[in-house]
Design a protein around this ligand. Structure first.
Ligand SMILES: Cc1cc2nc3c(=O)[nH]c(=O)nc-3n(C[C@H](O)[C@H](O)[C@H](O)COP(=O)(O)OP(=O)(O)OC[C@H]3O[C@@H](n4cnc5c(N)ncnc54)[C@H](O)[C@@H]3O)c2cc1C
Length: 408
């Protein structure tokens, strides 16, 4: 078996792996990125990045690359209850990053960033699957190539192999999984009659459904339909397109937006549940992105969270020669920010998607307080995991503080 070594081997050339590969290679760290796909195709993945993720992209020096490769900045975030407009947020004015949501076609983003990693000096092996990881003081990966198996050892192996990560099992991580509460179905539309300068978010708590439409430029839109598990069997494949559109219209999307629109990619459904590991570093192997924590896609934070991981791990590794200590420090920080995000998304799911009498009563009590004091709602777009998520924030979220007698 052929043998070689480098400083860091990254398994997976998605947003996380490619960006980390580029960030380390430009600092002179000998980096290998291994990606099993030869060509990227539509897998129904994240294409709308919140402003807090755009801030991470800037810190990593990739926002210009994304824009140059066709990313589309969307200034407004428009929310509806059913078909009735509720509010329209100017993201540029109201976020500390002073930018809109950055939307892109996922395969183009992957290609751009993997090319950029290569241009920065990383070795990128495409069409090559990692088939094993050996954790330890001198961790290694085994990859399958056209010439047979090859083994590469490194100071650090990074698992960036996505929501179905196998690196995490090879390295012995214990995986936590929330019970499925939501189902999210997504498809790419062309020519939808929706505005291109706003993300459109329709919520219909009375039927436990949501619909999200991200314009990604050139009259293309990534559309999602979200519903509670009890309400919906997963929609997948072309035979379910009409059912998908019906669900969006029932949620509140204007029917005429679909006149003349066509479908430009597969329809696929995913469980709206988090899947994560605690402390994503052990034995020479660190996990980033979805491999470390795949957050419920219904809240659209996975891309931003992935870039937070890359930035934090990069800064830890560049800050010291003791890479074990650096990777432990990354993992500790990951636990803090990921669990904060998880808490807030859990509250949102309870409030906005649960159905039944108790859920209706909760909404009837809480939502008027949100209307009067909008800062009771977490700022997932602007602050992500840095939005307050402590017990006081939870009480304010569920308006429990207003039920307390004065002075308590
Ligand atoms: C339906 C859906 C909608 C979403 N919507 C949003 C959204 O609107 N906004 C948002 O922020 N996030 C969203 N997300 C989440 C977002 O897509 C992910 O968080 C993000 O893509 C994670 O990036 P990653 O690099 O960790 O993993 P991935 O993008 O999955 O990349 C992993 C890479 O590893 C490669 N790989 C896997 N195994 C191996 C192997 N053994 N050897 C070599 N290569 C391997 C894969 O081919 C892939 O290229 C959504 C997710 C889903 C499922």
């Amino acid at each position: 078996m052929a043998q070689s070594n480098c400083d860091v081997v990254i398994v997976g050339g998605g947003l996380g792996g490619a960006t980390l590969g580029r960030s380390l290679a430009i600092r002179g760290i000998r980096t290998l990125v291994v990606e099993c796909e030869a060509v990227f195709k539509d897998r129904v993945r994240g294409e709308g990045m919140h402003p807090w993720g755009v801030a991470e992209a800037r810190a990593l020096g990739i926002d210009g690359l994304l824009r140059d490769s066709g990313a589309h900045e969307v200034r407004w975030w428009k929310r509806y209850f059913g078909p009735v407009p509720r509010d329209c947020r100017d993201l540029v004015e109201t976020t500390s990053a002073h930018c809109g949501c950055l939307n892109f076609y996922h395969p183009s983003m992957q290609r751009t960033l993997l090319d950029a990693a290569e241009a920065a000096g990383a070795i990128v092996r495409r069409d090559t699957a990692v088939v094993g990881v050996e954790p330890g003081d001198a961790p290694a990966v085994r990859m399958r190539t056209v010439h047979g198996e090859e083994r590469v050892s490194a100071r650090l192996v990074v698992g960036a192999d996505g929501r179905r990560s196998v690196v995490r099992s090879w390295a012995g991580f214990i995986v936590n999984q929330d019970p499925p509460r939501l189902v999210i179905a997504g498809v790419l539309h062309e020519g939808l009659r929706a505005p291109e300068d706003a993300v459109q978010y329709f919520q219909n708590p009375s039927c436990g459904q949501g619909a999200l439409i991200f314009p990604i430029g050139q009259r293309r839109f990534r559309s999602y339909s979200i519903s509670g598990v009890p309400q919906r069997r997963p929609l997948s494949g072309s035979r379910h397109i009409a059912e998908f559109v019906d669900a969006c219209i029932t949620t509140g999307v204007p029917c005429d937006w679909y006149a003349g629109a066509s479908v430009a990619g597969p329809l696929a459904s995913y469980p709206g549940a988090d899947c994560w590991v605690g402390h994503p570093y052990r034995d020479g192997v660190a996990l980033i992105g979805d491999a470390a924590a795949a957050s419920d896609p219904s809240w659209g934070c996975g891309l931003s969270l992935t870039l937070r991981d890359v930035r934090v791990l990069r800064d830890c590794l560049l800050g010291t020669d003791d890479w074990q200590a650096a990777a432990h420090s990354y993992a500790q920080q990951h636990d803090r920010y990921y669990l904060a995000l998880h808490r807030v998304e859990d509250w949102l799911t309870q409030l906005l998607y649960e159905t039944g009498q108790m859920a209706d009563a909760r909404r009837a009590r809480v939502l008027p307080h949100w209307a009067n004091e909008p800062d009771r709602a977490p700022d997932l777009s602007g602050l992500g995991p840095d939005t307050p998520s402590d017990e006081a924030a939870r009480c304010r979220f569920f308006a429990e503080d207003v039920d307390l007698p004065a002075g308590q």
